[in-house]
Design a protein around this ligand. Structure first.
Ligand code: GDP
Length: 350
C-alpha cells in the first residue's frame, strides 16, 4: 500500500474533526451566524441515513426553529429544459443585487436513480454558486432517514435561521414532486414555454391549478411574440380555475432568463402576493397548515423507522418475504402479523 499524501492526510483530519469535534451548540451557533460551512454540515446531518446523525439534526432544528420563518419560500417547477436553473441563476442574481440573501434547495423525491442529480451538476448556476449572498444545495439523496421531503423542509428552517430571506425550492416537473414542494412553500411558480401545448410540456392541469404565477420563459429573439400570445392563452386558462383559498388571482408573466428581462416584474408580483396574503391572513394560515402536515409526515416517518429498525422485525422480514414468494401467506396477512409482532416486542420493552 502506498503512503497517504499530505493532502489525503489533511482531508482525513478534516473528516474526523468534522465528525467528532463539533457539538450541537457549535453547529447551531455557526448556522445562526450565517456561516455556510456550518449550514452545510447541519444539512448533511438532516440528510443522513444514520440514526445518530438524524437525532443530532433534530436537536439542531429545534434550536434553529425559533429563528426561522422570516422569509418568502418560493417553489419553482417546470419540465426539464424549460430553463429552471437558468432562471434561478438570473433571478437569484437579481435578488442578491437588491440585498437579499437567497438559498436554493432542490427536491427530487420521485427518483432514487437520479440521486443528487438536480443541481448536482457543477455547471448549473455557475455564477450564483460563487455569489456570497447565495447558498445552493443539491437535492438530498433518497437515503435521508427522515425522507427527502422532510430533509428539504428542515433545510428551509436551517437556511432561514442562517439569515436567508428568499428560499427557492426547485423541483423537476414530473409527478409527485410538485405537490410535495407546493406543500412547503408560500408561492408556487410554474415555468412554461411558448409554442408547445400543455401536453407537450407534460404539465398536468392540477399543477397549473397550484400555480400562483406562470412564467413563460425564453421570451427573447424570435420567441417574443409567441410568448405574448402564450401569456394571453394561459391567463385565459387560469380564469377558468376556481378561486383560490388565498383569494389570489394567479398572474402570467413572460421573461427571458438569459437576457434577464422582467425579473423585476416577477419579484414585484411575489412581493404583492406576500403583502396581500399577509393582510388577509392566508400567509400565516397556510404556514400553520403546512406545519400540521409536517407533523403528520414526521409521525409517518418515525413510525416507519421504528418499525424497520426493530431487530426482531429486521430478522423476521426475510422469512415473511419467502412465505409470500412461496404463496404460503398473502401480503395483507404478512403485514398484519409483522405489525402484531412489532406491537408485542415494543410492549416487552416498556
Ligand atoms: P432546466 O432543465 O429547466 O433547468 O433548464 P436549463 O436552465 O438547463 O435550460 C435549458 C436550456 O434552455 C439551456 O440551453 C439554456 O441556455 C436555455 N435557456 C434557459 N433560459 C432561456 C431563456 O430565457 N432564453 C433562451 N433563449 N434560452 C434559455
Amino acid at each position: 500500500m502506498t503512503e497517504k499524501s499530505a493532502r489525503e492526510k489533511a482531508i482525513d483530519r478534516f473528516r474526523s474533526k468534522s465528525r467528532t469535534s463539533y457539538s450541537i451548540d457549535n453547529i447551531v451557533n455557526g448556522v445562526l451566524l450565517g456561516n455556510t460551512n456550518f449550514l452545510s454540515k447541519a444539512i448533511t446531518l438532516v440528510e443522513s441515513s444514520k440514526p445518530s446523525h438524524h437525532e443530532k439534526s433534530q436537536q439542531i432544528i429545534e434550536k434553529c426553529l425559533p429563528k426561522s420563518g422570516n422569509s418568502i419560500r418560493v417553489g419553482i417547477t417546470g419540465v426539464p429544459g424549460v430553463g429552471k436553473s437558468t432562471f434561478i441563476e438570473a433571478f437569484g442574481g437579481y435578488l442578491t443585487a437588491k440585498g437579499h440573501k437567497v438559498a436554493v434547495l432542490a427536491i427530487d423525491p420521485s427518483s432514487s436513480m437520479s440521486r443528487g442529480s438536480i443541481l448536482g451538476d457543477k455547471t448549473r448556476m455557475n455564477k450564483l454558486s460563487k455569489n456570497e449572498k447565495a447558498f445552493i444545495r443539491p437535492s438530498p439523496s433518497s437515503g435521508a432517514l427522515g425522507g427527502v421531503a422532510n430533509a428539504t423542509r428542515e433545510s428551509i428552517i436551517l437556511c432561514e435561521a442562517a439569515g436567508y430571506d428568499v428560499i427557492i425550492v426547485e423541483t423537476v416537473g414530473v409527478g409527485q414532486s410538485e405537490t410535495t414542494v407546493h406543500g412547503m412553500v408560500d408561492f408556487f411558480l410554474l415555468l412554461m414555454l411558448s409554442g408547445a401545448g400543455d401536453e407537450l410540456q407534460g404539465i398536468k392541469r392540477g399543477i397549473m391549478e397550484m400555480a400562483d404565477s406562470i412564467v413563460i420563459n425564453k421570451a427573447d429573439g424570435d420567441n417574443v411574440q409567441a410568448s405574448k400570445n402564450a401569456k394571453r392563452e394561459y391567463q385565459n386558462a387560469l380564469h377558468l380555475f376556481p378561486q383560490k383559498r388565498s383569494m389570489w388571482s394567479p398572474k402570467v408573466k413572460t421573461c427571458s432568463s438569459t437576457e434577464g428581462t422582467n425579473l423585476d416584474k416577477i419579484w414585484a408580483l411575489i412581493e404583492k402576493y406576500k403583502d396581500q396574503t399577509m393582510k388577509n391572513g392566508y400567509f400565516g394560515q397556510n404556514r400553520t397548515r403546512q406545519a400540521k402536515n409536517w407533523m403528520h409526515e414526521n409521525i409517518n416517518v418515525m413510525l416507519k423507522n421504528r418499525f424497520y429498525q426493530n431487530q426482531l422485525i429486521e430478522n423476521e422480514i426475510p422469512h415473511y418475504e419467502s412465505k409470500i414468494a412461496d404463496k404460503e401467506l398473502n401480503p395483507y396477512k404478512a403485514a398484519k402479523e409483522l405489525i402484531e409482532l412489532f406491537d408485542k416486542s415494543t410492549k416487552n420493552e416498556t
